[in-house]
Design a protein around this ligand. Structure first.
Ligand code: 26Q
Length: 745
């Protein structure tokens, strides 16, 4: 890469009479020329990441930072009278909905920066995750036409590499769009776009189309097969060109990583190709597959474990259904030959109750199966895949998630990055653990860090003012809960805790309360009714408090609209406190917790997911752990009765009563449904996620934060300790682990 040449090109770009969009395309394309000039031949052995989601966010600033020209570019264009911040209006590439998709993006970034050959495969959705507006407290979804205004200058259409993907009723062309990922090596994210008939093009139209109808389910199956088959087809074809039909070298050159089960059809397609096109026996093809595939699990929620009706798969993909059925029988024979008990083979079965268990396919075929935090991996071994673990313990390992410090520190918190530069030199930029050298009791460092936090809070406040038209309370502690909206993440519990604090304030029980601002950001899946009700409830509370002169100088709730990667960059840098309050055992890892920690937020959290490892690194004394542990929840068994529990705790009953007593009007029974979720057996038990059980401990933790925040030196020390002990949560570490322990690249 010729930096000087690129800067020269920037200097020669004429600014006058050009729109921001034109300039965006011109500058981006100059960068792309440099980047593409670097992308060389693919190495002998590569890892391939299969994911239905990639939450890349904005590529512009990230790529300029990677090219080492961000600051100069800002200056060059500023001198011409153009502020690069205009590109903060560029649409995010939101081809994903949460942690799993953002993890994929962080991993691509870290692999390129570490010089590991990791190539991503996925779908180029025409519309990304919906854009969210809040109207009268409720979520309204709009199509995310992300390509419309700014286009996609960071991808190259590669028609020369088109692949045909065959379904029972049609053939679809998979057109690759290659997005280079720039670092020590230049890797590629290849997203396939479906082209052909109108029906064919629907395949890459929407991310997670509603699957409550048969038609919706078929579309999902098509999507998953579409990109998996395109990727596998391409790689196998390229291999055969070089080696012919001797597949014994295939696993030496390829290692496949399945990002959850959404690409498990890649296994079936691989077996189909090897047996049908290249005439290997199934056992032989399975042997090759076993040396090639690996699987990362990201959730233990039963409703998120994919099972496809075998009849449905047969209808759309008869050969794939046939192969999966043969695989099922082959696995069964193998297990029977080993003399495994019936209950265990039933648990591990590929076909179960007329459905294909995609997780069981993945576990059976994968050389390595990993969870994404210590506690999660333990649960995989002991609860989810008990039998498989019992028979092949060596298959299972943990790789705790990580996030890229390039986006989540250097880009979003330049001030903190400069702080490290000043005190440590630039070495930490290539070696994050160096930030542990900062002395957290040094008065100068603490004062400097405190100023940075104030700056980032002011920037966040200004941004929220601009986007939401809401002025944040001055001199307040900023407490953020930003993540997908889900019952297990318990935004609902935080809402009830805020109401509890509201009543305490009204009753004069908290005379010394420091002003607190709660910032929520979350999207609810379109079909997830209860999640939408929780958004409504949060907004009702925000309104109640804002309109109450007795408390609105002390307490504030803001639900920001359209929370996305770019919004996250502002919120993680500008928050004091990170809320990570999932029911113990349910959050596989969490990665927002890491981003906030890296920027010096303290965690108010349960002993769940990566929170456990966070407090292990940053100290329990520097964070606020509360609530039931997995063991305590298990020990409760059937003994927990939320109705009785609320009766026994008037401080709980007072807040839950607001859901039904008209405090917030009727809201069409939506809040009543939330009350039902607590007190009636709407899933298999009342209060499935122990919201009431952990509510008062959460209130206590929040009040403790509020109290300790008053001693600013002490609090800032805790924050700095968290920031400087976040290196373990870098995706550079995670990728190194994958590369060494799984991929051998
Ligand atoms: C499954 C079946 C049918 C329809 C949809 C799905 C589905 C879709 C998306 C299931 C799961 C997802 C996404 C899961 C996800 O984002 N999981 C998060 O992954 C992060 C990265 O490992 C973890 O940090 C989070 O704890 C986990 O929730």
């Amino acid at each position: 890469m010729d930096r000087d040449r690129l800067l020269e090109t920037f200097k020669n770009i004429e600014v006058t009479d050009k729109t921001a969009v034109e300039l965006y395309k011109e500058i981006s394309s100059a960068c792309m020329d440099e980047i593409m000039g670097e992308s060389g031949k693919t190495p002998e052995r590569c890892a391939y990441y299969f994911s239905v989601e990639y939450l890349m966010g904005r590529m512009f600033f990230n790529n300029l930072l990677a090219l080492g020209v961000l600051n100069e570019a800002r200056e060059i264009f500023a001198r011409k009278g153009f502020d690069l911040n205009a590109f903060e209006d560029v649409e995010d590439a939101a081809l994903g909905n949460g942690g799993l998709g953002r993890l994929a993006a962080c991993y691509l970034d870290s692999a390129a920066n570490g010089g590991y050959p990791l190539y991503g495969f996925g779908i180029r959705y025409k519309y990304g995750l919906f854009r969210q507006k809040i109207v009268e407290g409720e979520q309204v979804e709009e199509a995310d036409d992300w390509l419309k205004t700014w286009g996609d200058p960071w991808s190259v259409r590669r028609e020369d590499e088109n692949v045909e993907v065959k379904f029972a009723d049609m053939t679809v062309t998979a057109v690759p769009y290659d997005m280079p990922i720039y670092g020590k090596s230049v890797n590629i994210l290849r997203l396939f776009q479906a082209e052909g008939s109108e029906e064919a093009e629907k395949i890459s139209e929407y991310l997670y189309p509603a699957d409550d109808t048969e038609e919706g389910k078929i579309l999902r199956i098509r999507q998953e097969y579409f990109f998996s088959a395109a990727a596998v087809g391409q790689l196998v074809k390229r291999y055969v060109k070089q080696y012919g039909r001797n597949f014994s070298h295939f696993p030496e050159q390829h290692v496949f990583q399945l990002n959850d089960t959404h690409a498990v059809f890649a296994v079936a397609e691989f077996l189909r190709l090897l047996t049908k096109e290249y005439r290997l026996t199934l056992p032989h093809a399975v042997e090759i597959a076993k040396q090639t595939f690996n699987y990362t699990n990201h959730t233990i929620l039963p409703e998120a474990l994919e099972c496809w009706d075998s009849k449905l798969v047969e209808k759309v993909l008869p050969e794939i259904a046939h192969i999966l059925t043969r695989l099922h029988l082959l696995a069964k024979r193998e297990w029977n030959a080993c003399g495994y008990p019936k209950e265990e083979t039933a648990e591990m079965s590929i076909v179960r109750g007329g459905k294909f268990s995609m997780a069981n396919v993945a576990v059976y075929i994968s050389g390595r199966v990993n969870g994404v935090a210590e506690i999660h991996t333990k649960i995989l071994k002991e609860r989810l895949f008990t039998a498989a673990y019992g028979h092949a313990p060596e298959k299972f390992l943990n790789v705790t998630n990580g996030v890229t410090q390039r986006r989540w520190l250097m880009l979003c918190n330049e001030e903190l990055a400069n702080f490290y530069d000043t005190r440590l030199g630039h070495g930490w930029r290539k070696n994050l653990p160096a930030i542990e050298e900062i002395a957290c009791d040094d008065g100068d460092a603490l004062a400097a860090f405190a100023r940075i936090k104030e700056t980032k809070k002011a920037q966040l406040a200004a941004y929220i003012e601009k986007r939401e038209g809401i002025t944040l309370l001055p001199d307040a502690v900023y407490i953020a809960q930003v993540k997908r909206l889900h019952e297990y993440k318990r935004q609902f519990m935080t809402a009830l805790a805020i109401l509890r604090i509201y009543f305490d304030l009204k009753e004069g029980k908290l005379p010394d309360f420091t002003p607190a601002v709660f910032i929520f950001g979350a999207k609810a899946a379109g079909s997830y009714k209860r999640a939408k009700e929780i958004i409504l409830f949060l907004n009702k509370i925000a309104e109640l408090i804002a309109n109450d002169a007795e408390v609105n100088g002390k307490l504030q709730v803001v639900f920001v609209q359209n929370y996305d990667v770019s919004y996250a960059e502002k919120i993680v840098a500008g928050s004091d406190v990170s809320l990570q309050v999932s029911t113990a055992g349910f959050e596989a890892s969490g990665t927002g917790n890491m981003k906030l920690m890296m920027n010096g937020a303290v965690t108010v959290g349960t002993m769940d997911g990566a929170n456990i490892e966070i407090v292990e690194k940053a100290g329990k004394e520097n964070n606020y752990i509360f609530g039931a542990t997995v063991e305590e929840i298990n020990a409760l068994g059937g003994k927990y009765d939320p109705v009785k529990f609320a009766e026994e705790h008037p401080r709980i009953k007072q807040v839950t009563d607001t859901l039904t007593d008209g405090t917030f009007g009727d809201a069409d029974g939506k809040l009543k449904d939330l009350a039902s979720s607590l007190f009636e057996e709407t899933y298999n038990r009342a209060d499935h996620y122990y919201v009431l059980y952990d509510l008062l401990p959460l209130v206590d933790a929040l009040l403790k934060v509020d109290e300790e925040y008053k001693d600013r030196t002490l609090f800032v020390k805790k924050q700095l300790f968290n920031a400087t002990h976040a290196a373990f949560f870098s995706s550079d570490r995670a990728i190194r682990t994958y590369a060494e322990k799984i991929w051998k690249i």
